[in-house]
Design a protein around this ligand. Structure first.
Ligand code: SAM
Length: 202
């Protein structure tokens, strides 16, 4: 499908707030034009997994870093009812006429600093690709739940952090659970802060 036709279909369903039909546009996760809006197209089961893990951990929402146009974040908020916010860099690009349309109101990371995140939110990285920035964000985050979406073995793509081999820097985290995105070899990996670390932040 042509990029423009696909984008228009997405926008129509977004305006109609029909996230279910919107997901069906790339149900098999095989359209190259879909990646230009979102790297990983979740199933309804994946969305239920995210809702359960976030709620069971006592979190009230999700803060997504490097959210791009915010399509995933919009889908999560509409389908789960969770409060979702998204951060990007490069305000100039995202407010230019060349950028993709945005599905949520983007926040911009002008400076990474302690206290910038709501610690009752989980932190989400989907196809993030900047190890140094990842570690800076983790240092600034005082909550206990991190979700990493990215390629598993055999996918033939690289992200940093990778879902099963993230380098959290100086803090300690444990893999709590994971869920494959359909049968795409992309995974949602869920990390919780190790007890020793959480005591330090109390
Ligand atoms: C591969 S894209 C993934 C976008 C989106 N999460 C998705 O899955 O479609 C990585 C995104 O991270 C953003 N990014 C890179 N470095 C960043 C940083 N230091 N802070 C916030 N966002 C960053 C880029 O601008 C880009 O939109």
């Amino acid at each position: 499908m042509l990029d423009k036709v696909f984008k228009n279909e997405v926008l129509k369903l977004y305006q109609a707030e029909n996230w279910r039909e919107l997901l069906k546009l790339n149900e098999n996760s095989d359209l190259s034009c879909a990646v230009k809006l979102l790297w990983v197209w979740p199933s309804e089961e994946n969305l239920r997994f995210i809702k359960k893990i976030v709620e069971d951990s006592g979190c009230k929402g999700i803060t997504s870093i490097g959210c791009g146009c915010g399509l995933l974040e919009w889908i999560i908020s509409k389908s789960t009812g969770l409060h979702v916010i998204g951060y990007e860099i490069n305000r100039e690009w995202w407010t230019s006429k060349y950028s993709n349309p945005q599905f949520i109101k983007l926040q911009y990371c002008e400076k990474i600093q302690e206290g910038m995140f709501n610690s009752s939110h989980a932190l989400l990285f989907c196809y993030f690709n900047n190890k140094v920035a990842f570690q800076d964000y983790i240092r600034a985050y005082k909550g206990n739940l991190v979700l990493i979406i990215g390629p598993g073995n055999g996918k033939g793509r690289h992200t940093d952090p990778e879902p099963f081999d993230p380098d959290f820097g100086s803090s300690r985290w444990t893999l709590k659970d994971y869920n494959e995105v359909k049968d795409s070899k992309d995974f949602i990996a869920v990390y919780t802060r190790c007890i020793k670390d959480s005591i330090m932040y109390k």
